[in-house]
Design a protein around this ligand. Structure first.
Ligand code: UT7
Length: 323
């Protein structure tokens, strides 16, 4: 053995062929929440920008929602389930650590025996998953991948804690990623700041989420703009030419602050799905983008800058070309 192994030939790049989403049936208004905790519609809308969110019911598990969102993404992409060889489920709210959810999701979609794993990068999870899928395709480990962001944050939220219960909701979004000669997923710019690992955390399996909202807010509005600019630079797209900005939906004021800082073109489409979905962590970006595509705000061939950020603290951003 001469100490060198063969590698597979990969594709030139990867591209998203379709998005899909699943929104739980139950709508929870600010008015409903203010009947339980000391808050009000005005405070929530002004400080966070949320009017309502969705809470998943007993028959809307993370696997159920993932299957629904991924099924829709497959239908929109025209790719057959049997052609998928990689399934990544990004989630930070799995009900248990074993087993991972991705194999069951794949089985329920009749995908066969793909590589299947869960990924936890909290609210940045979808962008981490997209990058992992694109890299697997470029290195030849995959041809067609499903990337899903799915969460039941309500399972880990104290509905009596007004600091968190007003924010979080449930849902799932998915993308079908395929090998392509014309790359449509730009290089990821990702990172973490583990010094702030306690800023958003769940202490143990018997506890609810705790969040130092102010410090995360400050970090998100001051530290992430350079990474967003760098993602555009690496993709070879002038930030002034980006057609859509789809950041993680954590707080409408964070979205608006980023839009102001990044100096996009005036008519850029901006994701504001938080207004009706709340903060759905790793699901928020594909949920928002699916809705923007369905409303015609984002068209085929448009460039979109994605930017996920959250617990860890973690962040990841990349430019994509929309299907
Ligand atoms: O997705 C993961 C990433 N997460 C984030 O990015 C979250 C980022 N942070 C935020 O979005 C905001 O910090 C929150 C929405 C969580 C909180 O908004 P804030 O403007 O930072 O409020 P605050 O925590 O500074 O609290 C201000 C005041 C406090 O009262 P005092 O101490 O000034 O008298 C709170 O007790 O508002 C009070 N307060 C509320 N009042 C009415 C906190 N929550 C509520 C509430 N209703 N729900």
């Amino acid at each position: 053995m001469n100490g060198s192994l063969n590698l597979r030939a990969g594709a030139n790049g990867a591209r998203i062929l379709g998005f899909g989403d699943y929104r739980p049936r139950r709508i929870v208004t600010n008015e409903e929440i203010s009947r339980r905790v000391d808050t009000d519609d005005e405070w929530i809308r002004t400080r966070v920008g949320i009017s309502e969110r969705r809470f998943a019911g007993a028959d809307e598990s993370i696997v159920d929602m993932s299957v629904a969102a991924a099924g829709k993404a497959l239908a929109n992409s025209g790719v057959l389930a049997e052609d998928i060889d990689t399934v990544i489920v990004a989630t930070c709210t799995a009900p248990a650590p074993i087993p991972g959810l991705a194999p069951e999701v794949a089985h329920r979609l009749s995908i066969g025996t793909p590589g299947a794993y869960d990924l936890n990068a909290a609210c940045a999870g979808f962008c981490y998953g997209l990058s992992a899928a694109a890299d697997a395709i470029r290195s030849g480990s995959s041809r067609y991948a499903l990337v899903i962001g799915a969460e039941r944050l309500t399972d880990w939220t104290d509905q009596d804690d007004r600091g968190t219960c007003i924010i979080f909701g449930d849902g799932a979004g998915a993308a079908v990623v395929a090998a392509s000669d014309t790359p449509g997923i730009g290089p990821v710019v990702w990172g973490s700041d583990g010094e702030k690992s306690r800023a958003i955390s769940v202490a143990d399996r018997f506890s609810y989420m705790e969040m130092d909202g102010r410090s995360v807010y400050r970090w998100a509005t001051t530290r992430l703009a350079d990474s967003a600019r760098r993602a555009c630079e690496l993709a070879g797209v002038d930030i002034g030419d980006i057609d859509a900005f789809v950041p993680h939906q954590a707080n409408l004021r964070i979205v608006d602050s980023m839009v102001k800082t990044l100096k996009f073109k005036d008519d850029i489409a901006v994701a504001r799905d938080i207004v009706t979905s709340g903060n759905t962590s790793s699901a928020s970006i594909p949920l928002a983008l699916t809705a923007m595509i369905e409303r015609g705000e984002v068209k085929t061939g448009d460039t979109a800058l994605l930017l996920g950020f959250g617990a860890g603290l973690t962040y990841a951003g990349q430019v994509i070309i929309c299907p």
